[in-house]
Design a protein around this ligand. Structure first.
Ligand code: GLN
Length: 304
């Protein structure tokens, strides 16, 4: 497979179309990004690397980070985790609060914001130094010790995150949150503000495409079955109320973030990360989604 040729074609085809969508501006600091950035990086299981565009530039990974924190919480609690957060697609936007009340403070899945906030609560309860552990885990997956978060983005999220505070408070009122609201939000915003390049994200996600992460990453490990479940959740819930479309058109397990990134996995073949800041109405990168659709069409590499 000539992946380099295919990535070059994708960059050309996507670049020739109008750069539609909107940059996320509900987090003011994120709105400062250059909307014309585009990068893609693909790493195969045999550690061959292919890239195009701004694939070496750091960007805000936002909700892609939810996969990392979920992997840690799953490693710590095993099946007990699913008593506090579901595994069903929500059919609602990532920041919707409606289901949470009538489903008794149990979020539909770990990738909507409420679910990711429960995952943070687990990490705060289970770990002595959750922040150090999160960064150690991501650095170990990536094979780089240059992973950090953007303090301005974290602060900007904190200043505008009324809805996230509402999720935590609602869940605390319903008995599904142990730690204090502010502690949970501070950790969550640091996690969302992590900055990585497409290359780093693809390197990290490659482990989710491996035959189980039975070896340890900074003390965290998942069995083969747990990695499959993580991928199942990415496929069914990784793109919020556009997860069906992503499975339909792309056919990979993946996760998006409002920074415009998407990381995806073709188990036992490759991991790919793409970045383009403009988002569609569902909060997913327009060019990112389109690029991955082209990738799986050109390579005929859908998991189905
Ligand atoms: N930090 C963002 C938020 O909490 C993450 C949302 C996303 O990437 N979908 O709203």
């Amino acid at each position: 497979m000539d992946y380099q040729k295919i990535l070059n074609e994708i960059a050309l085809e996507v670049g020739a179309l109008e750069n539609s969508g909107e940059v996320a501006d509900y987090i003011p600091e994120l709105a400062k990004v250059n909307a014309d950035k585009f990068g893609i990086h693909l790493t195969t299981m045999n550690k061959e690397y292919f890239a195009s565009g701004d694939s070496e530039e750091k960007f805000s990974i936002q909700s892609i980070s939810k996969v990392f924190s979920l992997a840690m919480a799953f490693s710590l609690l095993g099946e007990k985790l699913w008593r506090r957060v579901g595994v069903e697609p929500s059919g609602n936007p990532f920041n919707s609060i409606v289901q949470l009340e009538y489903e008794n403070g149990i979020p539909r899945n770990p990738f909507v914001n409420a679910g990711a906030l429960v995952v943070v609560d687990v990490l705060l309860s289970e770990l002595k130094d959750p922040e150090a552990d999160l960064f150690a885990f991501v650095q170990s997956l990536t094979g780089s010790n240059e992973i950090s978060y953007n303090k301005l983005v974290a602060q900007s999220e904190k200043e505008t995150g009324y809805l996230n505070a509402a999720f935590v408070n609602m869940m605390k009122a319903k008995g599904n949150i142990v730690n204090e609201t502010d502690e949970i939000l501070d950790f969550y915003y640091k996690q969302c503000s992590i900055e990585m390049t497409c290359r780093e994200l693809a390197a990290a996600f490659l482990h989710f495409g491996e035959n189980g992460m039975s070896y340890e990453h900074a003390g965290f490990s998942l069995t083969k079955s747990q990695v499959k479940r993580l991928n199942a959740l990415m496929l069914s819930c990784g793109f919020y109320d556009e997860s069906g479309q992503f499975a339909f058109k792309v056919g990979l397990a993946g996760k998006s973030g409002v920074g415009g990134g998407i990381a995806a996995v073709y188990p036992e073949e490759f991991a790919v990360a793409v970045w383009s800041p403009k988002l569609n109405k569902k909060g997913n990168s327009v060019r990112g989604f389109h690029s991955l659709e082209l990738l799986t069409t050109k390579t005929e590499s859908s998991i189905f």
